[in-house]
Design a protein around this ligand. Sequence first.
Ligand code: ASP
Length: 344
Amino acid sequence: MDKSSAVLLIFTGGTISMSEDSSTGALRPIDFERLQDFMPELNDIGVRFKSIPFTPFIDSSDMNPDIWEKMAMIIQKNYNDFDGFVILHGTDTMAYSASALSFMLENLSKPVIFTGAQLPIGMLRSDAKENMLTAIEIATAYENGQPIVPEVCIFFEDTLFRGNRTTKKNAEHFNAFNSYNYPPLAKAGVHIKYFRSYIHYNEPNLKLKVRTKTDRNVAILKLFPGITQHTVEAILHIPNLKAVVMESFGAGNAPRKKWLFDALKSANERGIIVVNRSQCSTGTVEMGRYETSLNLMHAGVLSAHDCTVEAIVTKLMYLLGEFSQPEQIKQKLTISLSGEMTVS
Ligand code: ASP
């Protein structure tokens, strides 16, 4: 690593920073001073670094949009002083945070790399150090004065993914993440091999714009055979609801029940945005391919194309927070804002 490079490490918490509670045996966050004792390597890696620890550290199951805002503001404040940013984060909701930041950090031109671990840093077989040290290397990888990966990413085990394409897939193995609908941006072996044609480069010299307003009035409606009208109506009548991600079958199909069509149409008429996402990990919604999705279009349902659930939920929160006109929000849902979906 290059001695003149500088990286900002933002420690939010997660398993990487936990140890076993002696009385309950459950994993809980330790404090930053103890964590540093496990990482003497940080002083030898040859890059300048500064750490910003959250106090207290959090399990990422407690993540929320206020903390996304905090992370985005830290990056904005330190943007000119560092070559790259590494965010140490629990794996459970890392894909949501990476997706949210990909929308909040408009015109990003520096690497923001999320990583974490499946085992605490103090355990012998922990994956924490390798993940963290490789993430730092990627965050400071420059060529001809330009960063190689100026995107919000997740690095885990040996793979670098675009953050808003990523999903946690495994609670057991070290390869905890996958990006089902977009190729990896890099693979780390003896060397780190970057796949540049998949990496997005913003126009150089654009000023970073940080957009932190979000609206949480979003819900997920997951369809299953036998779902009742009562369940669907109850979700679509949640007070203050502004948008729903409807998780449908296969290529975006839903039961051809008249009550479902009526409920979705009425939600649309009440100004609630309904976006159709497939329950399949791989592939895309193709509304109108089957009769079972044609009706959805007539009810005013929009397509999430091949977005992950993490990306579409956070995109909705961001759009509802930043824009007030429903037509403007709907238009932005049809386009990819930050590489989160493939639209042909
Ligand atoms: N529960 C932990 C968290 O997300 C799991 C992990 O870090 O792997 O904070």
